[in-house]
Design a protein around this ligand. Sequence first.
Ligand SMILES: C[S@@+](CC[C@H](N)C(=O)[O-])C[C@H]1O[C@@H](n2cnc3c(N)ncnc32)[C@H](O)[C@@H]1O
Length: 465
Amino acid sequence: MSLAQRSSTKWRDFGVNVVENDWVGHSGHTRGRDMPGSKSKRLVFVDAFAGCGGLSLGLMQAGLTGRFAIEHDRFAFATLQANLLSRGAKFRFNWPRWLPKEPQPIEAVLGKHGRQLRQLQGSIDVLVGGPPCQGFSTAGRREHDDPRNRLFASYLKLVECLRPKIVLIENVRGFTMDFEQASKNYAALVRDELSNAYEVYDQLLDLSKFGVPQARTRYFLLALRKGLTAENPFELLAKRLPSFLRKLGLTAPISAWAAISDLETARGGTRPSSETVGFEEIAYAGPRNSYQRLMSNGAAAPGDLRLARHSPEITARFGKLIRLSHAEGRLNRSISSKTRSRLGIRKQALRVLDPDRPSPTITSMPDDLLHYSEPRTLTVRENARLQSFPDWFSFKGKYTTGGKLRKREVPRFTQVANAVPPLVSRAIGEMIMELLLDKPKRRGSSSASLSLQRINQSTEIVPHA
Ligand SMILES: C[S@@+](CC[C@H](N)C(=O)[O-])C[C@H]1O[C@@H](n2cnc3c(N)ncnc32)[C@H](O)[C@@H]1O
């Protein structure tokens, strides 16, 4: 049974009509706004599975307007609300009155607001989303029946309700890998599903090429409504990359040192945490290079600077580990078995940051990574820097969670780790603006979308700069 068949059965339960692909070529300009082609037109997006808002933020920085976002976790939603919804926020969603500003599952939004969603047809240019990835992750077990993976059906349902011009999906690399007992993978299912109405393009992108100080490869899918343009959006993205970086004063790759050296406690010292009694935080002493200035953007000291409370024994062991890892030249990689047994370290995932290279992929486990010179794990702010979040963007909710709650809650470290780095979504947003606004009928090479096989074979797809 195809995802379409499985999901349309489910969609009926939401009380929303499933319209069978009768909308190819729908004109879809934004009501009450300028016609496509006008420079003054603001493109509008909706973010499903918005998390803390990394993807939304980058699109807003690019100049797109957010209509609304769907996120069911209270901590992630609190972050989104504080930064992208509150009065006086730098960037703000143009939230519809009919949708409560509260955490809600996508199923509830589809179930309760099907009519209002359909009324938005023609006014939404882009639907974006990063459906939860744990079920696809190559690091975890890949379970075909994982209920989280079925959320893709809801996402596709939202596509049918809103009928955006462009659909953008981000996910982990495991999204393109075949299920063990089936011939397909999720990326292939989604592509099949969208290909009636859209030209579908997808690529694995190396995000360090976008100036993100992190080795992070992610799957991106861009579906463009048929007839919209013949241009391959990934080719345009790659073409625009050098000028994107130049404009921001960045030269990729950015090292971990370049990203977080202004946050060393050796520089500004520490002080009692402004947030939590009994904790210390980094005393911020100001940016010292172009990446740090870009992130700081004239803001006062950032938040989320709380330091972990390591015992003196752990601090001493971390100190030795950092020295040995530098001496062995074993940075950004797992600790050697010799050092592991010498220091009595059991944690396999632990590694010491290499100051001279982009960091390894940020995870939701704050104790996976040690600072390159200070005997401690990284703060939320340092992780946020490695994800290219600006300093004014603050995170809300618990810092970490454990046990059974780990499956249900999205604390700060997880919000940061889950996010699409804003620098990447900004580059994609600017590319979409050029694609839709600068030349309404761009005549590019009409490349067929990449075959899944090609994606599975590739280790990474590097933008051709
Ligand atoms: C990978 S994260 C998205 C990150 C986001 N794109 C960003 O850039 O910050 C996926 C999010 O989906 C949310 N989520 C999971 N199931 C959901 C559901 N049924 N309805 C709404 N949100 C859900 C999770 O709480 C999580 O924050």
